[in-house]
Design a protein around this ligand. Structure first.
Ligand SMILES: NC(=O)c1ccc[n+]([C@@H]2O[C@H](COP(=O)([O-])OP(=O)(O)OC[C@H]3O[C@@H](n4cnc5c(N)ncnc54)[C@H](OP(=O)(O)O)[C@@H]3O)[C@@H](O)[C@H]2O)c1
Length: 389
């Protein structure tokens, strides 16, 4: 069965591609038209993460690269190419999307909702009725901050923390309608926040925590030029710096908050295992999550260490924000998530795979490793490099 994958150059897509290449001689990668040499980026990922030379050398012959534009009807392909592509597929993995937590809704809808619509049209056109594996997010649960989010739930009662979440929710709603209308199975995979301990590298895609760290660092640099010593504070300087000279900031968050973070490599493996199951014929939805959440204070310690700040969790937005606090607050993905205490139920995944669905610990050391830039990616100890040993 031939498979196609969208988003193969992305943080998750590259790991999905690795897993798919374990079981498929070739994969069609539907890459983002005009966004740079995808084959080169994919090859560099595998070379940098320790794949054997022979595997890397074979990639051009194992990957069929098709340039697509998710936002365009027919994925921007001619009618003939679109039909030929559709007819050659037994399964379509849809991992492409925009994960821009700052994006506005129309822009995110174009990529995440219209993009999904066009992928579904490709599936509908295929002679072999390809199964769709759609990568969603556990965060379609939206602004439900406490309690348990279940795999079967899909509702907008609680609203959403940002337009990204809403766009992913709308994409899932579209999938349900399509599945019913066409009587076709779809597997919806909902990972939590994906992380790695592979250090950042200019040629590797970044991940959400890296983006947050970068934003905090930029805010600190802007508000505290030439620090240490400059407290970057509001006019009265009341909240200054901590005894170590680190700028102090107040962030809205819950001291008993927790977030679900999962190793991206593990997430990809679980997703590909799930895709190997015979689908029910309707929409099968799975939470692909870690069995233990990371406490918010651990995330706070991580950010304090990385950005050299002192963070106080507070219950409400301060009404006298410092310049630094104002700069940090514009990022909707950060402060709201530090208040979350919900749990994602993944009974379906655990019922299928038992303890083999469990992954290693995600702790402060693991997270720090994935955020501290080093001169080059270590090939030895990283989990992905170990895969090729
Ligand atoms: N990362 C997470 O923590 C996380 C958590 C839960 C769910 N997810 C979901 O997982 C999926 C993959 O996320 P990711 O972390 O791999 O994101 P990513 O690193 O930002 O990668 C996004 C991928 O989508 C492609 N793409 C974006 N816009 C496109 C367009 N208009 N046309 C064609 N391709 C386009 C990108 O291609 P270019 O690079 O060439 O632009 C890239 O390959 C998304 O659906 C996301 O919602 C991610």
């Amino acid at each position: 069965m031939h498979v196609a994958l969208t988003g193969a150059t992305g943080f998750l897509g590259l790991r999905l591609l690795r897993c798919l290449l374990d079981t498929h001689r070739s994969v069609t990668v539907l890459v983002h038209a005009g966004s740079g040499d995808a084959l080169h980026r994919i090859t560099r990922f595998f070379a940098l993460t320790g794949a054997p030379g022979a595997f890397v050398a074979e990639l051009p012959s194992r990957l069929r690269v098709v340039e697509t534009e998710l936002e365009q009807p027919g994925l921007g392909l001619s009618g003939r190419v679109f039909q030929e592509l559709a007819d050659g597929l037994g399964a379509i993995w849809h991992s492409a999307g925009s994960i821009n937590l700052e994006g506005d809704l129309p822009e995110l809808r174009r990529t995440n909702v219209e993009g999904t619509r066009h992928v579904l049209e490709l599936a509908a056109a295929g002679r072999e009725r390809p199964v769709v594996h759609h990568v969603s997010t556990a965060f379609v649960a939206g602004s439900r901050r406490e309690g348990v989010a279940y795999e079967d739930e899909l509702d907008d009662t609680y609203g959403f923390e940002n337009a990204y979440e809403r766009s992913k929710f709308e994409a899932e709603v579209l999938i349900h309608a399509w599945s019913q209308e066409h009587r076709r199975p779809v597997v919806v995979l909902r990972p939590s926040i994906l992380v790695t301990d592979l250090p950042p590298h200019p040629e590797l895609p970044s991940h959400p925590l890296q983006v947050i760290e970068r934003i905090l660092r930029d805010a600190r640099r802007t508000a505290c030029p030439g620090s240490p010593g400059h407290d970057g504070d509001g006019p009265d300087g009341r909240r200054g710096a901590d005894p170590g000279g680190r700028p102090r900031v107040r962030l809205v968050g819950h001291p008993h908050g927790r977030l679900n973070l999962l190793q991206v490599e593990h997430a990809a493996e679980v997703m590909v295992r799930l895709a190997g199951r015979t689908p029910s014929g309707e929409v099968d939805t799975y939470h692909v999550v870690h069995d233990s959440d990371v406490p918010v204070p651990t995330i706070v310690s991580l950010l304090e260490q990385l950005v050299d700040l002192s963070i106080d969790l507070v219950t409400a937005e301060p009404d006298d924000p410092s310049e630094l606090e104002t700069l940090m607050d514009f990022y909707p993905g950060l402060t709201t998530y530090l208040t979350h205490r919900r749990r994602f139920d993944d009974t379906r995944v655990r019922a299928l795979f038992g303890s083999s669905a469990a992954s290693d610990r995600v702790d402060l050391d693991y997270l720090r490793s994935g955020l501290v830039r080093r001169d080059r990616v270590p090939v030895g100890p990283s989990p992905i490099a170990a895969r090729y040993a």
